[in-house]
Design a protein around this ligand. Structure first.
Ligand SMILES: Cc1cc2nc3c(=O)[nH]c(=O)nc-3n(C[C@H](O)[C@H](O)[C@H](O)COP(=O)(O)O)c2cc1C
Length: 400
């Protein structure tokens, strides 16, 4: 059942204006919406905007004798099927994480039994700040709370990075329950990023994978209710909230860490990592000197993590990724059947501005008897759509 009575909390961030569109979408879908604004939020958008769009008075104050004549805050806390705070400022997240009840919105969150979804929105440095990370970790481990986003990209202040609020349409879809709970109770293992294959103590062979797609999938799987282990090669990304990240370096480490995570219990294995196919046959113990005009490095085949997991007698549902520069569909389908996968997601990394190292992607996902093309869109949006598709196929397999 999707939520019908939505209590929308708005806090003091520049993205507050976008929430007007969210109220419009919710009302258009026939839902009841009541808006509560923090004092910070009122400095960005006037309550009258939300009153007009929701058709209900907007509450802004806890210590309001008129509204509280009948214990209004408790009535509101009981009324809501779902609380959504969008945008959720760093300040609000800090207060909520620490159980404070010093304004109407935090008090409602303390008093409600409804699920609380948070759509963080802030400057990338605020999002990466250690204290914000600590608050996010606390909230990610709170069973009443779900974190929706944030997305990566360009920000109002001119910075680029994580901290953008998910777009109103994406938030609406999440509220409408497109994939909330789709992986509830499932254990998911996801690999992401590149591997590094050492040549000597200071050099290695690697590739351009940024890890962004795998990280976005880990966040989307977590938001869909799964417990998620993320086996990550070396990347410069924050761990998605509520996800157990384990760093590895080489392809052999990736195989070992993946096998161990699957041993711990795994319903779904998604391999997005760009694992090096070959590694230097031997690693020089000292830095190789520049003495010759040419140099040959003998390479040997690396173990194939995805094929190894898919071939286990207790194999989980397996999803592979195929990054190709030509004949994308043919190579992807061949990889799916050769490795015995349940699904494969193909992307053409030759297209400028999509795939490797980009915040955007376009993919085609294949399964036995079906296919669907998703995007071009942000990796966060592609990840949400993919998780919905994967959850559908996983349920189909489990029930057939
Ligand atoms: C122009 C401007 C833009 C701001 N944008 C954000 C933002 O996007 N996210 C955020 O967390 N804080 C932002 N802040 C800081 C918050 O408004 C401030 O921390 C405030 O105390 C939040 O209060 P609240 O959480 O009670 O709404 C901004 C401040 C200003 C002056």
């Amino acid at each position: 059942m999707t939520a019908h009575r939505i209590l929308l909390g708005i806090t003091g961030g520049i993205a507050a204006y976008k929430s007007a569109e969210l109220v419009r979408l919710l009302k258009k879908s026939g839902r009841e919406v009541r808006v509560v604004m923090t004092r910070g939020a009122e400095a960005f958008v006037a309550p009258l905007t939300f009153q007009a769009l929701s058709g209900e008075p907007v509450r802004t104050s806890l210590l309001d004798p008129d509204a509280e004549a009948g214990m209004g805050h408790i009535e509101l806390a009981k009324w809501a099927d779902q609380i959504v705070v969008a945008p959720a400022s760093a300040d609000f997240l800090a207060r909520l994480a620490n159980g404070m009840a010093d304004d109407l919105l935090t008090t409602l969150c303390c008093a409600t039994e409804a699920p609380i979804a948070l759509a963080p929105a802030m400057n990338q440095a605020m999002w990466s700040n250690q204290r914000t990370r600590r608050n996010i970790d606390l909230l990610a481990n709170d069973p009443q709370v779900q974190l929706w986003g944030p997305d990566q990209g360009s920000q109002a202040c001119g910075d680029v990075g994580p901290g953008r609020m998910l777009e109103p349409a994406a938030l609406f879809e999440l509220i409408a329950g497109a994939n909330v709970g789709a992986l509830s109770g499932k254990r998911v293992v996801i690999t992401a990023g590149p591997t590094r294959e050492p040549i000597d103590p200071v050099r290695y062979i690697s590739n351009h994978s940024s890890g962004k797609m795998g990280y976005a999938l880990a966040q989307a799987a977590r938001n869909a209710g799964a417990s998620v282990v993320l086996i990550s090669g070396p990347v410069a990304l924050d761990a998605p909230a509520g996800v157990d990240r384990r760093f590895v370096t080489t392809a052999e480490d990736m195989l070992k860490a993946s096998g161990q995570a699957v041993d711990e219990g795994c319903d779904l294995f998604i391999a997005t990592a760009a694992v090096a196919d070959y590694r230097p046959d031997s690693i020089a113990s000292d830095k190789i000197k520049k003495t010759n005009d040419a140099m040959n490095v003998a390479m040997v085949r690396n173990p194939d993590t995805l094929a190894t997991i898919a071939a286990r007698p207790d194999a989980p549902f397996t999803v592979g990724f195929a990054a190709e520069t030509r004949d994308v569909e043919r190579y992807a389908l061949d990889k799916m059947s050769r490795k015995g996968l349940n699904m494969i997601v193909a992307n053409d990394v030759s297209v400028q501005g999509l795939g490797f190292n980009s915040d955007r992607n376009a993919v085609t996902v294949f399964w036995e008897g079906g296919r669907e093309t998703l995007g071009p869109d942000t990796k966060a949006d592609i990840a949400r759509l993919l998780i919905t598709k994967i959850a559908d196929q996983l349920t189909h397999k489990e029930t057939s």
